[in-house]
Design a binder for this molecule. Structure first.
Ligand code: CMC
Length: 450
């Protein structure tokens, strides 16, 4: 017979059956049909604590009730003050500031400071912060040698992930994760070095000599210089391109508990150092359903080939032949606000670089999908990755490098979430439960009898 547990929400009606003793004002009353017992469970911030369910038992030796939530569809794993998303309304804010205002008025380094410190920096704070990041842009020469070992066609994300992990061996003091000054030092190192690793991966891939950081340039301009400088004495960056890249960095800086950030918190919760934790977060980002989608979008647009082939392609997606990459989101059930800003930024970039021919196919794909019943019913809208790759391509980046461009700015978000997790007294090592549904005890069978 199935369980029949009755749940009542006291915020929406009276609850005469709940015990009057020790009952918090906002609570759910859960009635267990197996025992006929009732349990008032406190409600806080629209959630109940999964641990409060443990007291629901059929007998003293029962382990107690758990929740089952594969893929964390409806589970808050932490409390956070960093990023707010309202997926139905298409709202994204860092530390309370709307993404639109930050993208218009700030630099990425200013936003990274905000995300990590909770407040926008004063002029002096920004100057110190920029200095601290800039003095950490160089890589140890042995890191360069390590990167030389990769094959010429190694994927830049594989190189980034491995090199981030390798940095842990260069800075063993980073293990001291409970020391605030040590944490701060590693945060400066990581934000400073990630663009250098990314640029070296690109140069290695192209068989070009590495370009060392130029600390007179801004964060995005230095990155562009390390990527594209040839024999000229000083790389001259087009200010429109520099600003566009900075905006893209701002848009990608944090996105609350996504797959990569969850990996960062999970690895960091074992008190692993921030280099290996960041490597793990980057590995999660690499997947095609997450940050790897920007690379897949470009491959998809190339496969479609021309605007007139879009309806046929959409038909194939609806028939279950793959996904429309760059569409859909676990949280946004409306237009991703980042995609809107990226589309506007693309127009400015194309004035300098010329129009990317893939844009026409992407715009047609969006137009058709947004009026199609399949996508409307499932609330599937373009996400951040739909248009970002088109800009990256126009800026001269190879398709394989797109996800690296996501990882560079996300490093500040990962580090902010990592530090918040370490300082949160409610957090412990992340260790989910499971529902075991395999065999009960079996006796060993020798190999000759199997
Ligand atoms: N194309 C076609 N159908 C889709 C798509 C898509 N891109 N995304 C979701 N669906 C369908 C899905 O098949 C399901 O249909 P049904 O109800 O008939 O089974 C329904 O929509 C709900 O999707 P879901 O897979 O349950 O949603 P999810 O929350 O588990 O997955 C997602 C979210 C982003 C992984 C998914 O939408 C997806 O795979 N999108 C394409 C990859 C992509 O663009 N990823 C980048 C995400 S934004 C950047 C980041 O932060 O990572």
């Amino acid at each position: 017979m199935p369980d029949n547990t009755i749940v009542q929400d006291t915020r929406t009606g009276k609850n005469p059956e709940a015990s009057k003793e020790m009952v918090p004002p906002d609570h759910l009353t859960i009635k267990d049909s197996r025992t006929n017992k009732e349990y008032p469970v406190p409600i806080q911030n629209g959630t109940i604590k999964a641990m409060d369910l443990r007291k629901i038992k059929v007998s003293d030796d029962d382990f107690g009730m758990m929740t089952y939530d594969p893929a964390f569809m409806n589970t808050a794993s932490c409390q956070s003050k960093i990023t707010f998303i309202d997926g139905d309304k298409g709202i994204l804010r860092y530390r309370g500031y709307p993404i639109e205002q930050l993208a218009e008025r700030c630099t990425y380094l200013e936003v990274a400071y905000l995300i990590l410190h909770g407040e926008l920096p004063t002029k002096t704070q920004l100057a110190d912060w920029t200095h601290n990041i800039t003095v950490h842009t160089l890589l140890h020469e042995n890191v360069k040698k390590f990167m030389d070992g990769f094959n010429y066609d190694a994927h830049p994300m594989g190189m980034l992930i491995s090199t981030l992990a390798a940095l842990s061996t260069f800075y063993p003091e980073s293990k001291n994760v409970h020391d605030a000054a040590t944490r701060k030092h590693q945060i400066h190192r990581l934000i400073g070095k990630v663009p250098t690793i990314a640029a070296f991966a690109y140069r290695h891939h192209r068989g070009l000599p590495y370009v060392y950081p130029d600390n007179e340039l801004s964060y995005p301009a230095n990155f562009l210089s390390m990527l594209f400088k040839m024999t000229e004495k000083k790389y001259v960056v087009n200010p429109v391109i520099e600003r566009a890249l900075d905006i893209l960095f701002i848009l990608h800086a944090d996105h609350e508990q996504n797959c990569g950030t969850n990996a960062m918190r999970s690895i960091g919760s074992s008190q692993a150092d921030p280099f290996v934790s960041t490597a793990g977060a980057a590995a999660a980002l690499y997947g095609p359903l997450h940050g790897g989608a920007n690379e897949q979008v470009l491959r998809m647009l190339r496969e479609i080939g021309s605007k007139d082939k879009v309806p046929e392609f959409v038909k194939r997606i609806k028939a279950g032949e793959g996904k429309l990459m760059g569409f859909g989101h676990r949280v946004y059930k409306n237009y991703d606000p980042r995609a809107k800003i990226i589309k506007e930024t693309a127009d400015k970039v194309f004035e300098v670089t010329g129009r990317n021919p893939q844009l026409e196919i992407a715009t047609e794909l969006e137009r058709i999908a947004l009026q199609d019943e399949y996508f409307m019913k499932r609330k599937l809208y373009p996400n951040v990755d739909f248009y970002s790759g088109i800009i990256y391509e126009a800026l001269g980046f190879p398709t394989e490098a797109f996800t690296v461009l996501f990882a560079i700015p996300r490093t500040s978000g990962w580090l902010a979430q990592w530090e918040e997790m370490l300082l949160d007294p409610e957090q412990k090592i992340a260790r989910p439960r499971q529902v075991y549904n395999g065999y009960d005890t079996r006796n060993f069978v020798p190999i000759e009898k199997r």
